[in-house]
Design a protein around this ligand. Sequence first.
Ligand code: CDP
Length: 251
Amino acid sequence: MSSSNPNKPKLIQNGKRISGRSFTDLRPLKITAGVLKQADGSAMIEWGKNRIIAAVYGPHEVFPKFLTDNRKALVSARYVMAPFSSLEDHGRSGPNRRSIEISKVAKHVFENVILTNKFPKTIIDIHMDVVQSDGGTRIAAITAASVALADAGIPMKDLVAGVAVGKVDGELVVDLDKLEDNHGESDGAVIISPRSGEVLLFQMEGLLTPDEVKRTVRLASDAALKVREVQVAALKERYAQVASEQGEQLL
Ligand code: CDP
């Protein structure tokens, strides 16, 4: 996000974004559940040019044992960007300040939706690996992890979904791509629980007026409903696939 860059491209022309999208259009979005055989639950999200795999292991025993909570499951979340995930130089693979921050906020989101009291003395591990990045990866990663958790059969209050909303050439636009993210005036990542309407994550860079903040949440809530439809479709397809595999085994 940089508004003072003299090389900033014109992001909105004739009322349309550079990609041809309207202000509220999402990039093409596809989610596939159950992409990994060994994980308890998994999902691959293809959102714009983002490609992210989420894997869930658990609930399983906590190690080291002294960290165990007798009343609930612990949640661990790990977001990483592969060194080859964008043209920017990411050096070697592994955590950095940004990925530690995103892992931490993802953990807080999932602690708020997973029914952790159903699995005391255990831990649920959530991995989110970005293999191709194109802006909005934290949102896409959390959206995919939510499907991976459902695929693992982990009970949750809701499937959480999100979108980035930002200010680009003075307009609020939904689902920023990398160019808009890098050159817009503001960039906000919002994760919603569509069932309750609760905002579980709101991170923002740049400046917005109080009215723009309210509009950001409204735009994100509307977009989250569209994202949720794609999540539900992915899970239905997964259940149909599992049912047909089980049917074949019975024959
Ligand atoms: O991905 P998200 O928008 O949640 O996070 P960001 O920190 O606002 O980064 C915006 C985009 O810049 C990412 O999605 C990547 O495409 C790119 N980026 C990158 O390639 N390497 C980084 N170390 C950080 C960001």
